[in-house]
Ligand binder design. Structure first.
Ligand code: ADP
Ligand code: MG
Length: 699
């Protein structure tokens, strides 16, 4: 923690006028833009274009539409204004005249505008204050000798980092475009024909140097066959990488986890369970059991909406590992959730004489050492903890199964890490669980190395949660509802507004929020839970809430996942507009857990825009996590959705999963086919895009 806080200080962002001395050598600046190899430069596609292929008569200029003109300088002057010196030149062609104005300029600009010279200007004309048209800071080409000497392609404008010049970048990229022989066409011709796509060379040439007649609108929208070609290449690379990962996993061997009649843990567990499995739970358990019997490591994601009962399924899988004589590890993204899993599972597993151990940050050094020893000796049969369980220092005697709960918080990087934690060539089976339903396009794209099972049925007795949108200025009405709820013996979650993504930084609003509620609700027992609390303190707060010793639990989003207190029937979320839709759905899932009629109140800022309100209405109107996730994806985009830093695989640069769903489907098919017919080319294509991630392929 301390290390990550001081990090920004040791890498100050360059600022102020003395930038050039701090930005480092050119290579470093380029690396920051992701520009290392020739391929990187070629993929540095223009952000827009300037049309310098034609000259517009001044009389035909339209305010706001960039254009190029050519005329003779009639006069040029320095002007003194309140804001300092400006340079202004009057330029005339046969049709009319305009003023070129410079607020910032080098002295040399005067040489370019010597009266009588012919100049060519590119810029955005606008109505001048004093009447007539002007261009501010136009691009100047002067003097012009040959009138017909115009470029044959639109001029690309590239994204630039600090200390990189536009003309330098153009030259670098143009140089590489001259020799595209190194850029082999790796996509089979049949696919290009089928999808009606140009070759990679043609696409790169077109996008960097579009012909004058190119449709600027189509290019700006990243539409049309040339963009599609680039996107297809990218998607194909991604699908190939994911397939390769999957194949590597499949090549490893795993222990076959078979039912055991002498220590029949799974069947005894099912007999003792106070409720029958739902049909969906039963089906998914059958799928898991079948995977676990194989000597190929399972890689399966179980998706099920909040409250669908994933924990039971995980417990069954863990028990199967134990009855087969192996260990199981269950990992959760937060200490609180790990704690809850431990307590719940203990209730279920201890009567079956399964030896469990907890590995968490709240353990004292000696306890931790003992836990690690028990894991290494095999004394511990089921270990529950945070992702600390996949750290280097944790050695299992013979891990048969790893369960990762709320996998969207983990991502591919951890999947790979886990694989590395394998002991002598044998991989554990891997079960991932997620309550954040991942929309199909995303699942195909980022989870292509996994099999997916869905728990699409809720246990009986779940009460639908009534959701209300209330303006924050009606807080006092809401406080009355909270009091009524607490006085009838129910408990309440009060979720504080989200300020920062980091759990550690949202301390102040939570503390303030508690103080305010204590003042507004005298007599009620109010607890506080936030990410900056020590793990032990968090556990104590959760325990008293579970025991009913707290009426209102003020909390940040640390309760977002997994927490299960059926007596809590009301949730208030302050500034709901600051949360993502999927997150609101997860939060709301904490109530309606069988404790009677439940409600969720979303407090919103009255200044909220119409679209903002429309978003919140999605939550009010839908209880379907998939539908909500789909809308969330639409609104926020996949980067946010999966958490870029956690996904482990670079997110897509050019393709857009929502818009380019059809290309993704095609790429998926093509990747499978290419890996079969021409694996060499498929791998070359993937490593072209993921050069820096090539270790990912052999992890
Ligand atoms: P999630 O899928 O969100 O992790 P949990 O596993 O926490 O859901 O289950 C939510 C609640 O439903 C728990 O209290 C659990 O005991 C209960 N539950 C799970 N399966 C069933 C079932 N088949 N019938 C009744 N209750 C169930
Ligand atoms: Mg859960």
């Amino acid at each position: 923690m301390a290390a990550s806080r001081t990090e920004p200080r040791s890498f100050p962002r360059p600022s102020g006028p003395i930038r050039s001395s701090r930005i480092g050598p050119l290579e470093e600046r380029l690396a920051r833009l992701g520009l290392v190899s020739d391929w990187d430069f070629l993929l540095h596609l223009p952000i827009r274009y300037e049309d310098e292929t034609r000259i517009t008569p001044i009389a035909e200029l339209q305010a706001g539409i960039p254009a190029q003109i050519q005329g003779t300088v009639r006069s040029a002057d320095m002007i003194h204004t309140a804001r300092g010196e400006q340079f202004s030149a009057w330029v005339q062609d046969e049709s009319g005249s305009l003023t070129a104005r410079f607020i910032y300029f080098y002295p040399s600009v005067k040489q370019q505008f010597l009266p009588g010279r012919v100049v060519r200007l590119y810029g955005e004309p606008r109505r001048a204050y004093a009447g007539g048209l002007e261009m501010i800071h136009p691009k100047v080409r002067a003097p012009v000798s040959d009138v017909r000497d115009l470029p044959h392609a639109l001029t690309p404008v590239y994204g630039l980092g600090e200390g990189v010049q536009q003309h330098w970048m153009r030259k670098q990229i143009a140089k590489r475009l001259l020799d595209l022989n190194g850029v082999a066409e790796l996509v089979p011709e049949a696919w290009l024909k089928k999808l009606n796509l140009p070759t990679l060379r043609a696409a790169l040439e077109y996008l960097h140097q579009p012909p004058p007649e190119a449709d600027a609108g189509v290019l700006a929208e990243h539409d049309g066959p040339y963009w599609a070609r680039i996107k297809f290449d990218e998607l194909l690379a991604q699908q190939t990488a994911l397939r390769e990962m999957r194949k590597l996993a499949a090549g490893a061997s795993a222990p076959a986890l078979l039912p055991n009649s002498s220590r029949s843990l799974t069947s005894r567990f099912l007999e003792r369970l106070p409720f029958p499995l739902t049909g969906a739970q039963e089906r998914v358990w059958r799928e898991l059991a079948a995977d676990l019997e194989k000597t190929r490591p399972m890689r399966r994601l179980v998706q099920g909406d909040v409250g669908s009962g994933k924990t039971v399924v995980a417990a069954l899988a863990a028990l199967r590992a134990v009855e087969a004589g192996r260990q199981a590890a269950i990992m959760a993204p937060t200490e609180i959730l790990a704690e809850q899993h431990f307590e719940n599972l203990k209730r279920w597993l201890e009567p079956l004489d399964v030896r469990m151990i907890r590995l968490s940050g709240s353990l004292k050094a000696a306890e931790k050492r003992a836990a690690l020893e028990a894991i290494a000796s095999g004394e511990a049969e089921v270990a529950v903890g945070t992702h600390a369980l996949i750290q280097e220092s944790v050695r299992f005697k013979d891990l048969g199964l790893a369960v990762i709960d709320e996998q969207h918080r983990f991502g591919v990087a951890q999947r790979l890490k886990l694989r590395r934690a394998e002991s002598d060539g044998e991989a554990p089976h891997l079960l991932m669980m997620s309550a954040t339903p991942i929309p199909r396009t995303l699942a195909m794209s980022y989870l292509a190395d996994l099999d997916v099972s869905v728990i699409d049925e809720m246990p009986p007795g779940r009460t639908p949660v009534e959701t209300k949108l209330v303006r924050i200025d009606r807080r006092s009405d809401v406080l009355a509802v909270v009091r009524g709820c607490a006085e009838s013996g129910r408990q309440v979650y009060w979720v504080c507004p989200l300020i920062e993504e980091s759990e550690a930084l949202d301390l102040t609003p939570a503390v303030d929020c508690r103080t305010a509620l204590e003042a507004a609700l005298p007599g009620l027992r109010i607890g506080l839970l936030h990410g900056a609390l020590a793990p032990e303190a968090k556990r104590l707060v959760m325990e008293s809430f579970e025991a009913g010793e707290i009426d209102v639990l003020v909390s940040t989003t640390v309760i977002e996942v997994g927490v299960d207190v059926p007596n809590a029937t009301l949730m208030v979320i302050e500034h709901a507009e600051r949360f993502g839709l999927a997150q609101l759905h997860q939060l709301r899932g904490r109530v309606g857990r069988g404790g009677g009629r439940s409600a969720c109140i979303l407090l919103y800022d009255p200044k909220l825009s119409e679209t903002g309100k429309a978003r919140l209405r999605v939550i009010r109107e839908s209880a379907d996590g998939f539908e909500i996730a789909r809308r969330d994806l639409e609104i926020r985009g996949p980067g946010e959705f999966l958490g870029e830093r956690q996904s482990g695989l670079p997110l897509l640069r050019f393709a857009d999963l929502e818009r380019d769903g059809a290309l993704l489907e095609a790429a998926r098919e093509a990747a499978a086919e290419m890996l079969r017919a021409d694996p060499e080319s498929a791998r070359r294509l993937a490593s072209r895009w993921y050069a820096s991630a090539s270790n990912l392929l052999c992890a």
